[in-house]
Design a protein around this ligand. Structure first.
Ligand SMILES: Nc1ncnc2c1ncn2[C@@H]1O[C@H](COP(=O)(O)OP(=O)(O)OP(=O)(O)O)[C@@H](O)[C@H]1O
Ligand SMILES: [Mg+2]
Length: 457
């Protein structure tokens, strides 16, 4: 990505010059300002793709400049430069909407990487992805006025303002993340960050450094220090999604964080005090997970100060019509032109909804395409006939196994468990060998065995 216009702000002429040369070498055009006021004037008079600013400057500092840019409703990406030992200010700047930081002294590789990442949007996928997501996603409100949902809203309003930990349970797609955000928004922390982290989506060995951050040199590849999610959530809310997927040793560390309100970055020995509100979620039965040994009992009690259970969609079919309307509008159609026939509604009410609201949204999106945006009738909904031909049935294990296909993570887990069995058989029960066959660490195998085959671990 070349040929962009970058505004460099630094009160030291030498630093400005160095950056200017580096950026020009990368093929960009550079505007240079010696202070925030000058920078704002240049910004208003030119089209600027990226701002790189020093944080410590006399008169208007980097954070004030950021605030002034944001006040003009500008979402120009901003990278801040900060000296070693003042990383806290970089964190503060990120909380004000900077998308990355560069530690001084820097060399051209570091600048190049940061600039490239920001300009092609990859920075979003990095450390502070949530910042952008939060802004872009806004906050989606709950739809549905059924009795069970009203009980949920009431609980959210009651528990939201406190600092108490909350454990949210419910089947997949029932709105657990939505509830977590609603709790954050109902709290005095709403102006601070809501930092989600999905314990199931991040490899076990990376999860710890994602949460705790690390100091430079903490491990191979830790070329500079990184702030973890806990620190970023300071003053706000950290959302630990799929808590039961967190490795047990890390659960023990998490428990300590909750008890002591402090963390230490990996490879560091400085104790950092934090003010965190923790919300966790799982689509498993948490007590079952405690019995299976995948969720520490003490952690369960610590997080489960309050619990909110989201009802499955099949238990509140009266919400379906309203949800369908909501998704019709969400996907760019009008409810005046696009109506749901009574017959279609009846079919939707009879369906099982193993994927709950998420499944309904996907179904509506598909139906809108199939109907060309006109009336939504029965044939536009591709309901699984086996699940739909009976009236709703209790969610027993046998009813569960009748509906195809199983949720993706269930299918993946079944496959994983089978591969582990095969590897163990091939290795004649030797776990080290089995782990090698599967190309995973022994530790990972141990976790997985504990999860799938507790009798063998
Ligand atoms: N009551 C609701 N009203 C409107 N939209 C909803 C509602 N419940 C869920 N959704 C939407 O359905 C989708 C799934 O919700 P969410 O991600 O919160 O589910 P989840 O319980 O976290 O699922 P999973 O366990 O699979 O992570 C989201 O797009 C969310 O906005
Ligand atoms: Mg979720």
């Amino acid at each position: 990505m070349k040929g962009r216009q970058i505004l460099v702000v630094d009160d030291e002429p030498k630093m400005r010059r160095v950056l200017e040369i580096m950026l020009q070498k990368m093929g960009h055009r550079v505007l240079a300002a010696g202070n925030g006021v000058e920078a704002l004037a240049l910004f208003q008079a030119n089209s600027v793709d990226l701002v790189i600013t020093d944080l410590r400057m006399p008169e208007m500092d980097g954070i004030e400049l950021l605030a002034a840019l944001r006040a003009q409703a500008s979402d120009v990406p901003v990278i801040v430069i900060t000296a070693h030992g003042t990383i806290e200010t970089a964190v503060a700047a990120m909380k004000h909407g900077a998308c990355d930081y560069i530690l001084r002294p820097f060399d051209i590789d570091v600048v190049e990487l940061a600039v490239e990442r920001v300009l092609n949007g990859a920075a979003v996928a990095q450390q502070n992805a949530f910042l952008r997501q939060e802004i872009e996603r806004g906050w989606d409100a709950f739809v549905g006025t059924s009795e069970p949902m009203r009980a949920v809203y009431e609980l959210i309003q009651r528990v939201g303002p406190s600092k108490a930990s909350v454990l949210i349970t419910g089947e997949t797609g029932t709105g657990k993340e939505l509830a977590a955000r609603a709790l954050h928004h109902a709290s005095p922390r709403r102006d601070k960050l809501f930092v989600p982290i999905n314990c199931a989506a991040i490899p076990a060995d990376i999860l710890e450094s994602e949460l705790f951050g690390y100091e430079k040199g903490a491990f191979t590849g830790a070329v500079k220090e990184r702030v973890g999610k806990f620190e970023l959530a300071d003053g706000g809310t950290i959302f630990l999604d799929e808590l039961t997927e967190m490795p047990l040793p890390l659960q023990a560390k998490l428990l300590r964080v909750l008890q002591e309100n402090t963390i230490e970055r990996l490879g560091g020995n400085r104790v950092i005090e934090l003010d965190l509100r923790v919300i966790a979620a799982t689509n498993r039965d948490p007590l079952e997970s405690v019995r299976e040994g995948t969720l520490r009992e003490d952690l369960y009690y610590r997080v489960n100060v309050f619990s909110i259970e989201l009802p499955p969609l099949r238990a509140r079919v009266e919400d379906i019509a309203g949800l369908v309307e909501h998704f019709i509008v969400k996907h760019g159609h009008s409810t005046a032109a696009t109506r749901l026939t009574p017959r279609a509604l009846e079919r939707l009410r009879d369906y099982d909804w193993p994927g709950n609201v998420r499944e309904l949204e996907n179904m509506v999106e598909r139906a809108l395409i199939l109907s060309g945006g006109g009336t939504l009738d029965e044939q536009h909904f591709l309901l699984n006939p086996r699940a739909a031909d009976n009236k709703p049935k209790p969610a027993t294990a046998s009813a569960e196994s009748q509906k195809a296909p199983p949720p993706l993570n269930q299918a993946v887990e079944d496959l994983e468990a089978r591969l582990i069995d095969e590897a163990l058989a091939q290795a004649e029960g030797n776990k080290a060998k089995a782990a090698a066959l599967l190309d995973i660490s022994e530790r990972t195998l141990w976790y997985k065995l504990k999860k799938y085959r507790p009798d063998q671990s």
